[in-house]
Design a protein around this ligand. Structure first.
Ligand SMILES: Nc1ncnc2c1ncn2[C@@H]1O[C@H](COP(=O)(O)OP(=O)(O)OP(=O)(O)O)[C@@H](O)[C@H]1O
Length: 898
């Protein structure tokens, strides 16, 4: 390229001869010049240079010794170093040129790198500024939560106005997780916890159904810490409340309780703090003190204390009532298994606090109960938490199936003492070092079982066992993770109850056993106890179906039960790796082999039993289930209690019920006594027989009578006619096959036994502390000192009269290998009844006469009882190693009384 080329288009457009002359006269090789600053010229090119300028420029360039090449001198760079053409040694040029080009290239590279770095830095500054603002806002809110920190509830991603609370990103995500780790020491959400927290942060009405131990508490406690104002938590039991408060206070959260058991001074102080919060509306701390973040109370407190409700109203008016949480919310429904009259009065909450979000929590909430709950609490219909519109009640449910719980139903000896032996042997064999709960039906039973276990354990215990014998009210919300087994000494009144009670095992996620001891006679006992309950019979039947079933997976039975009206809950039994209808593979029925039970055609035996009952009925005798079994195997004579009026223990004299078996049904029933009882329960479930209740001043007795389907069999006068019955009319029933009689040691393997040995599973070995009562010295929690509150009441029957809170009495027994020692906490009950069995909770009044009467007033010793072969005493330690028993007596009442 030549200089001409460079400046040609404009500057050399001139045909001025003088200019041409100048060019000619110069000795300078323009090639040199162009090679020096070619680019500079190019870059200057847009500027139009006049001919004169060019001339002058060129002349000056070559006349002045100190001058620079004009176009190059105006800008930095290698060109500027070329200062004196005259001193320039052309011979050095190639070297210089190379160096120059290298310099240019290096500087260009440096420039590009700097430009890149600049861009990066600018981006970084932007993001840091953004993050800083965000973090500042969040942390300001977080730090302020003790006073008024607010995190505005806003979803960042909304789809058609619908929100996926489980998966969307929310602006509080970071602070939610930070706080969870910092305060609650929990690393990650589990089940549906994250979604529930998000909807809570978004100020929604929520219903959450999560299994026992699933982690429901976190879903309201965490948002409570992060939102301004106080979260009110209504919880059924004082022990549960105290437990929660203790944990929250340990974590540094401002949590208090207001129940009848709260000392007067403490109540005044809490009321003052709440009043102060109410006077400091909006943001900012009340009187410089820390705001209360969680306030726990019982439903009775809401129902009874006008002062308390009016304080809540003040808080709400001042925008300081963040949300209302109702724990164990199924208690609001009469259709649920734990109905509490005072829970139903909670319908006032929506009316009194229309703008305060309500959250209802439960571990078992079948569809019908859910609908009832929504109605009672005045909540809108549910919308799924993963696709929620702006108005509905956000509904979250977590899988109800807990793979770490291993269910089994064991045959229960008909003789009481044998049952205790069974239980002790089972505990020793499976959980000698573990903690467990034994659930009983009544206070009397807990006392009996506790005493028997203590006595027997004194001679048989090898390890260090911590066993609590209790009625079902005990344990609601117990935060004890390492309960390795739950034994039901008697079955529950419903499958809902059984699921919840047994679910108190294995809350830490480790393998745990849920064992129910069942004998058919218990059906009569439970039947009399539940006869007054709404749907009591239907629920009990479901429990009985479960207990009698020897083939279907326990998980599938639960799933079917909880979803019998809609598929909603069925999905709750699916897990990520198994569908709801996939067998669990580890319950007693899944592991039972075909040799361990027999499915028998018992049409003949059923006909015989129905004929016996018919005959007894016709002769005016009333017979219990146990008596029918006795009659069917006897020479046909037995004593049966009657329902006739008159003097006597049962309101009528006992009568001899005599049945000529040969004449009535062709002879004895060829089944064992316990098999007959099982068949009678089976006939009850199929409506061939039914219970008829007779109430005395002492008890209610269930007598067995013919049911609506009975004529299908009783119309045949001879067993020969039965031959002609079609298959569909025949009756089949499953019975356990008794293993060989002389068994010693534990059954070998689960396949042929009635127990699923847990030795094959990992076992938690942690030693538990004894479970202690709510607060020493606490007796009862009556809020009688409070004025009656004028609650809005538009529900017929609600708020009228004093609903009887489920009274609870239970006994706590801790068995260990340590020195015998009896400790009693000071309570009025202990003072009255020193060293007497402990009373904590019971929902059953039992004077001890009921069962005797239900069994016909006699003890049911049966030589053929099934207990012996089930749990052989294989671990009896030598006398020198016999451990001693420590009994810890706790006295307390756990439920606020209306
Ligand atoms: N995400 C989590 N990760 C680990 N542990 C958790 C998590 N969430 C809760 N927990 C722990 O699980 C235990 C049970 O939690 P929580 O008491 O809230 O259960 P729950 O659902 O209320 O049970 P219940 O119905 O019996 O009252 C507690 O010890 C709690 O700290």
């Amino acid at each position: 390229m030549t200089r001409r080329n460079i400046i040609d288009s404009d500057a050399l457009a001139s045909d001025d001869p003088a200019f041409e002359e100048i060019l000619q006269s110069t000795s300078y090789d323009f090639k040199h010049l162009t090679s020096i600053d070619e680019n500079d010229f190019v870059s200057e090119r847009p500027k139009k240079i006049s001919q004169a300028e060019v001339s002058s420029s060129i002349s000056s360039a070559f006349t002045s010794t100190a001058s620079t090449v004009s176009s190059a001198s105006s800008r930095p760079g290698p060109s500027s170093s070329i200062t004196n053409h005259h001193t320039y040694d052309e011979q050095d040029y190639p070297k210089w040129k190379i160096q120059n080009e290298a310099d240019i290239s290096a500087l260009r590279q440096k420039n590009a790198a700097l430009r890149e770095e600049l861009e990066r830095n600018e981006a970084l500054i932007l993001s840091l500024e953004f993050e800083d603002d965000e973090r500042k806002a969040k942390y300001r809110a977080f730090l302020n939560t003790g006073q008024s920190g607010a995190i505005m509830a806003q979803s960042l991603k909304k789809k058609n106005g619908r929100i996926d609370y489980a998966n969307n990103v929310f602006e509080w995500d970071g602070v939610l997780k930070d706080t969870m780790r910092k305060i609650f020491n929990i690393k990650d959400f589990r089940l549906c916890q994250g979604g529930v927290c998000n909807s809570n942060m978004d100020g929604r009405d929520i219903v959450v159904v999560m299994p026992t131990g699933g982690g429901k508490s976190l879903t309201y406690q965490l948002p409570a810490v992060l939102t301004p104002g106080v979260t009110l938590v209504i919880s059924p039991l004082i022990s549960l409340i105290s437990d929660q408060i203790m944990h929250l206070q340990d974590a540094g959260v401002e949590a208090v309780k207001l129940t009848g058991s709260t000392p007067k001074g403490e109540q005044d102080s809490i009321n003052a703090r709440l009043g102060s919060m109410a006077n400091t509306s909006g943001r900012g701390s009340s009187n410089g003190g820390k705001d209360i973040k969680l306030l726990y109370c019982t439903p009775e407190k809401i129902a009874k204390s006008k002062r308390f409700v009016s304080l809540l109203q003040k808080l709400s008016d001042a925008d300081r009532l963040a949300r209302i949480v109702i724990d164990e919310a199924h208690c609001v429904s009469q259709l649920g298994h734990d109905f509490r009259p005072d829970y139903q009065k909670l319908h006032v909450l929506r009316q009194l606090f229309p703008n305060v979000p309500i959250m209802a929590l439960s571990a078992t909430c079948p569809p019908l109960v859910l609908q009832d709950l929504l109605k009672v609490l005045r909540l809108k219909p549910t919308v799924p938490g993963e696709d929620a519109d702006r108005t509905g009640t956000v509904y979250f449910t977590a899988p109800l199936y807990r793979p770490n719980l291993h269910y089994q139903v064991l045959p229960k000896a008909s003789e009481g003492t044998k049952v205790y032996a069974q239980m002790v042997a089972w505990i020793l064999r499976e959980h000698a070092d573990d903690s467990g709960i034994v659930y009983c039906l009544s206070k009397k039973d807990t006392e009996k079982v506790a005493a028997e276990l203590a006595t027997r354990a004194r001679f048989a215990l090898a390890g260090d066992v911590k066993v609590v014998c209790a009625t079902i009210a005990f344990g609601l919300g117990i935060d004890k993770g390492d309960v390795r087994f739950v034994i039901h000494h008697s079955m529950s009144k419903s499958l809902d109850g059984f699921y919840q009670e047994s679910g108190r095992a294995g809350r830490d996620g480790k393998d745990s056993d849920c064992v129910m001891f069942y004998r058919a006679q218990d059906a009569s006992t439970l039947s009399s106890m539940t006869m007054g309950d709404k749907d009591g019979g239907v629920k009990l039947n479901a429990m009985l179906e479960f207990a009698q079933n020897l083939t279907e997976c326990r998980k599938i039975q639960f799933a079917n039960y909880f979803s019998h009206t809609t598929n909603l809950s069925m999905t709750s039994w699916s897990t990520s790796d198994a569908a709801a209808r996939a067998p669990c593979g580890h319950c007693d029925n899944c592991t039972r082999t075909s040799e361990a039970y027999v499915d028998k055609d018992v049409t003949l035996e059923a006909w015989q039993l129905l004929r016996i009952i018919e005959k007894a009925q016709k002769t005016g005798g009333n017979v219990t289930l146990a008596k029918v079994a006795e009659l069917a195997r006897s020479s046909g004579k037995a004593i049966g209690g009657t329902a006739r009026k008159g003097k006597g223990k049962h309101g009528g004299a006992k009568e001899q019920v005599t049945v000529d078996l040969d004449a009535v049904c062709g002879g004895k029933v060829n089944l064992k006594k316990e098999e007959i009882e099982i068949l009678l329960v089976h006939l009850g479930l199929k409506h061939y027989v039914r219970d008829q209740f007779y109430t005395t001043s002492y008890s209610t007795i269930a007598y067995i009578q013919l049911g609506e389907r009975a004529p299908q069999l009783t119309r045949y006068s001879s067993k020969d006619h039965l031959e002609s019955l079609s298959n569909s009319s025949r009756i089949w029933c499953s019975f356990r096959v008794q293993p060989p009689p002389k068994r010693t040691g534990r059954p070998s393997g689960s396949k042929n036994s009635d127990t699923v040995p847990s030795s094959t599973r990992a076992k938690g070995k942690a030693k538990a502390k004894p479970i202690e009562s709510d607060s020493p010295g606490f007796v009862s929690d009556i809020d009688d000192h409070d004025e009656e509150v004028d609650l809005p009441n538009d529900e017929p029957g609600i708020g009228k009269g004093k609903g009887k809170a489920t009274e609870s009495v239970s006994r706590v027994l801790s068995i260990s290998a340590s020195k015998p020692q009896t400790r009693s906490f000071q309570t009025p009950t202990t003072r009255k009844r020193k060293r007497q069995p402990v009373v904590i909770s019971s929902d059953v009044e039992d004077d001890g006469k009921q069962e005797d009467e239900r069994n016909g007033g006699e003890d049911d010793d049966d030589e053929e009882g099934m207990g012996d072969w089930i749990v052989p005493h294989s671990k009896k330690p030598p006398p020198s190693k016999r451990p001693k028993v420590e009994t810890i007596e706790l006295f307390s009442s756990d439920i606020e009384e209306s």
